[in-house]
Design a binder for this molecule. Structure first.
Ligand code: CU
Length: 479
């Protein structure tokens, strides 16, 4: 289970991001799915994929159903689903259905919620998704390497009433660190990276390929489901010449709004659904730019208008609101308040790399922690005997104050629940936002609230995989 490795990846690998992107036109359609059924059989196995496009070497990957990304799983809100995962890797795995409020035993955390699936074995995940929206699935065993080698797929839980758009598209974005020969660079679990921004790669794919352009038609309205399936790369997407409207975050509908500064912030594991009206001229092209990292901006793809005349002259006259999901509203007046403080990493001023007296406790395997939550480091992916940091009585409203005392960004993910995001650095968060993955800037203080209505032991961890592995993880119990 150890991902410890002493192979150092050259700094060049980090710095050539953007400049090294190779662009090609041909894109495959989204992978198919079992039509008309909520039953899936998903096989995790080695495969090969042409991530950087035609004329570039293929990459040895680990994939669900042999494709990057894995099979698109389409479920219906409120209808039972059964997903049998078969492990044809040579190591244990599990699948976490990220963001779906499901029974604890189906959550896919090895040791904590299920025994890992052994090589040659399988596990049947059965649950009824209560919420419509955009979710995804990925391993929760040896997560850093298994996700980094390609194991990821999207889950769309369909609304009972479809939303009025011309097309419903999904972009599963992923970040890879490829060698010149097209292989996946070794060095998973690099200790220095784990204490900094994590394993940021050098090649960003859109639905499994580096994308030169995505075809659109003048006049159409698109629902675009963005999923950041990266290990560590944070994205800030700008749609040149267009005004995207955010209608859902992490699968949960919010009040429709334009992103601040026109940039859609997408931390690892986050999803954002946008509506895009294609109001420009046939034949034109507009860049989609990711400029999160200063000086490392690159073009993710282009919106390429075809030559057909506009579908309509004015934007579609239909409501932008998605139907709300049945989330319980926390009672803020009666909520129990708890603080969770993120500590450690480089430049923490707390001796984080050495422990330095900050880490009062540790549980995990094979690694020295460099991060902690409330002074406690849980490392790895999940294992038996993880004691909960906090226990909530079932049905109680809980307010968590998340404090990032570190010098790094952290997308903090809570399993089994969605969190109402109340405030950031003392400012109320508008647009009625619910999230399962809350992106925290250095020194941010974010207040969230939820009803502890889903019994079990639930992980709360950073979704920068190196950070999770190196201690930025805890367990909260609903009893
Ligand atoms: Cu983190």
């Amino acid at each position: 289970m150890s991902t410890e490795s002493n192979n150092l990846v050259s700094r060049r690998g980090l710095l050539r991001t953007g400049a090294g992107l190779l662009l090609i036109a041909a894109l495959p359609p989204l992978p198919g799915h079992a039509a008309g059924s909520s039953e899936y059989r998903i096989v995790a196995a080695p495969a090969r994929a042409r991530l950087a496009g035609a004329g570039r070497p293929e990459t040895d990957v680990w994939a669900y159903d042999g494709t990057i990304p894995g099979s698109l799983v389409r479920l219906r809100q409120g209808e039972p689903a059964r997903l049998v995962v078969e492990n044809r890797l040579d190591q244990e795995t599990t699948v976490h259905w990220h963001g779906i409020r499901l029974p604890n035993a189906m959550d896919g955390v090895p040791g904590l919620t299920q025994p890992p699936i052994k090589p040659g074995g399988s596990f049947a995940y059965e649950f009824t998704p209560p919420d419509a929206g955009t979710f995804w699935y990925h391993p929760h065993a040896n997560s850093l390497e298994q996700l980094g080698r390609g194991l990821a797929g999207a889950v769309i839980v369909e609304e009972r009433e479809p939303v009025a758009v011309d097309r419903d598209l999904l972009w599963l974005l992923a970040d890879w660190r490829l060698t010149d020969e097209g292989g996946i660079a070794s060095g998973f679990g690099n200790r220095m990276e784990a204490a900094m921004s994590g394993r940021v790669g050098n090649t960003v794919t859109l639905n499994g390929r580096v994308s030169e352009a995505e075809p659109v038609r003048a006049g159409e309205r698109i629902r675009l489901r963005l999923v950041n399936g990266s290990l560590a790369r944070i994205m800030a997407l700008r749609f040149e010449g267009h005004r995207p409207v955010i209608v859902a975050i992490d699968g949960q509908p919010c009040d429709p709004h334009e992103p601040e500064g026109g940039r859609i912030l997408l931390g690892p594991a986050m999803r954002v659904d946008i509506l895009l009206d294609m109001q420009e001229e046939p034949g034109r092209r507009y860049g989609v730019i990711d400029d999160f990292y200063e000086g490392l901006s690159y073009r993710l793809t282009q919106l390429a208008y075809d030559e057909q005349r506009a579908l309509r002259e004015h934007p579609l006259d239909a409501p932008l609101d998605l139907p709300r999901n049945p989330l319980p509203e926390p009672d803020l007046a009666a909520a129990e308040r708890h603080d969770l403080t993120l500590q450690g990493g480089m430049m923490s001023g707390m001796g984080g790399m050495q422990g330095g007296g900050m880490m009062h406790g540790m549980t995990g395997m094979g690694r020295d922690p460099v991060w902690a939550i409330n002074g406690m480091s849980m490392t790895g992916d999940g294992h038996a005997g993880m004691e909960p940091a906090l226990t909530f009585q079932r049905g109680r409203s809980i307010k968590l104050v998340l404090r990032n005392e570190t010098a790094w960004w952290h997308p903090m993910h809570f399993h089994g629940h969605s969190l109402r995001v109340l405030s950031r650095n003392g400012e109320p968060v508008p647009h009625r936002q619910w999230q399962d993955t809350v992106l925290m800037a250095p020194k941010d203080v974010v207040e969230v609230a939820f009803v502890a209505d889903n019994p079990g032991d639930w992980m709360l961890h950073c979704h920068v995989m190196d950070h999770q592995m190196a201690g930025l993880m805890t367990v909260l119990r609903v009893a």
